[in-house]
Structure formats: C-alpha cells, structure tokens
Unconditional design. Structure first.
Length: 302
C-alpha cells in the first residue's frame, strides 16, 4: 500500500512539474520567436522523454534489454493511441498542412529507415548502428526546423531559465519516483519484464507527454502539443535505443510484430487526417486510436 501511495504522489508531482515546464517552454518560444512545433518537437519532447531515457539506459546497463525495448515501443504506441486519442475525444483539434505532409510522414520515414537498418543488421542494434540512428535524429530535428514556421504563441508567463530547469528536474524526479514504485507494486504479481515495459513503465513514463500535450493544447498552443508527441516518439526510438545500443547490443527480433503495429498506427495518423473533417482529429478518430491500443493490450495479455 505504501508503494502505491508514493507512486500516486509521484503522479501529482508530474502534473505540477509538467504544467510549469510547459509554461516556461511556451515563454521561451515567444521570447526567441521560435516555431511552437519546434519547441514541442525538441525541448518539450526531450523533457517529457527523460524518464524513458533514464530507464532505458539503466535497464541496458544492468542487462534488462527487454525492458529498454518494450518501454520504447510501448511508450510510442501509448503516445499516439492513448494521448492523441484522449486529446481528440476531449477537444477536436486541427492539424496543419506541415503536420499532415511533413511532420507525421517524417516520423514514418524515420521509423522505416530505422527498420531498414535493423533488418540489414540481422535485427540487432550494435554500437555502429546506434551511432547511425542517433545521427538520423539530428537530421530529423534539422528538417523539422526548416519546415515549421508557424508561430502562434499565447502566454503571459515571463521566461525564467532557473524555473525551466527546476521544473525539468521535477519531471525527471517525480517520473522516476512514480515508475519505480509502480514497478515495486506490480512485481508482487510476478509480471514479466516485457509486459512491465509495454504497460506499467510505458504508461508511467508517457504521463509527462500526456500532461504536457494536454496542457499545451488547453493553453491554446496546439502545435506544441502535437510537436511534443511526434518529437517524443522520435526521441524514444532513435535517441533512447541508439544510446542504449552504445552500452550493450539490443536484439529486436522478438519485437518485430509490435514495431509493425507502431508503423501501422503512424500511417493511420495520415489517413485519419483526411477522413471526415479534413485535417481534424475528432472524437470518432480518437475512439479509433483508443481501440488500436485495446487491440495492442489484448494481443500482449491474451
């Protein structure tokens, strides 16, 4: 019971830290007239993905690579299906042309290149492949900056770099606290590592993305919310797996079905953008995404 109480306290801390972090990120974007999508794609995505990075690197270092891989895949599926699905049900939001014709396809292309490199290397990520996919992330950020220029930033908060870093530290601390104690609670039931990674850890580490995107959209900064999801997914796939493979080789052969599902869901985002009200994610599309997540859950637990 104590573990559960501490985990819940961690979740409350995540909510508050994410709210402050988003306010400061928005203020930073306004101060330097940076595209709100790019801020979400880089700074906010980096901040909200740090719990995954910490867990991924630590799991690889201790030899629990199944947790590293399943956490990344599970977090990415949760980001798209749970977060975008819930946001669409809460409040329909419009995608920009850059989202439909560049930002979402960029995620898909990065995923395709990632799979190609892994396939050529026999389904494994080693040191050299890790360097290659880390470089792919840098290229993705550069291309994103070139192709996103919309600056519609609403905020009355003044930027303070100290508050930004304190809130970022809070996200990391409370994210790790929450996940650690949820893990301690779940281990009492003898749940295997991959299932822990797909659900308990993945959902726990995706909470910052959920709160950050919800807060950004609620505050009228829709592009920052979308950028956070897409940026977090690229960060998870390329940075976390790339950096983890520098520590120890990762074998993805047992996870190809789940990676294929992630690719299908990413393609679905483009299709959904044109179905119904053009460029809009509506509650109906949100239900579809949540249904995809339900299929994923049943496929793993069935």
């Amino acid at each position: 019971m104590l573990e559960l109480i501490i985990a819940i306290v961690g979740l409350i801390g995540i909510v508050k830290a994410a709210d402050i972090f988003i306010d400061q990120s928005i203020a930073l974007a306004k101060k330097f007239t940076i595209s709100s999508f790019v801020i979400g794609f880089t700074i906010v995505a980096f901040g909200t993905s740090l719990p995954e990075l910490v867990i991924g690197l630590y799991s690889s270092y201790t030899g629990h690579t199944a947790i590293t891989i399943s956490n990344v895949i599970g977090s990415n599926i949760a980001n798209i299906c749970l977060i975008l699905g819930l946001l669409a049900i809460y409040k329909p939001y419009k995608l920009t042309k850059a989202d439909v014709f560049f930002n979402i396809p960029l995620n898909l292309i990065a995923l395709a290149l990632f799979l190609l490199v892994v396939f050529v290397n026999g389904g494994k990520l080693d040191f050299l492949i890790g360097i290659a996919i880390l470089s792919l992330f840098v290229a993705s950020v550069f291309l994103s900056k070139i192709n996103n220029h919309e600056i519609k930033i609403k905020t009355r908060v003044k930027f303070n770099i100290l508050i930004l870093f304190i809130s970022l530290a809070g996200l990391i601390f409370f994210g790790k606290l929450s996940v650690d104690y949820f893990l301690a609670f779940s281990r009492l039931f003898g749940i295997e590592e991959s299932v822990l990674g797909y659900f308990v850890i993945a959902i726990g580490t995706s909470l910052p993305e959920l709160i950050a995107s919800f807060t950004a959209i609620k505050k009228g900064n829709r592009e920052m919310g979308i950028g956070n999801i897409l940026g977090s997914n690229l960060f998870n796939l390329l940075i976390i797996l790339g950096a983890s493979s520098l520590i120890t080789p990762l074998d993805l052969n047992e996870f190809l079905t789940e990676i294929g599902l992630l690719a299908f869901i990413t393609v679905s985002l483009v299709v959904l953008a044109f179905i119904g009200k053009k460029y809009y994610f509506t509650p109906l599309e949100g239900i579809f995404l949540l249904s995809c997540y339900a299929v994923f859950v049943f496929s793993q637990l069935g």
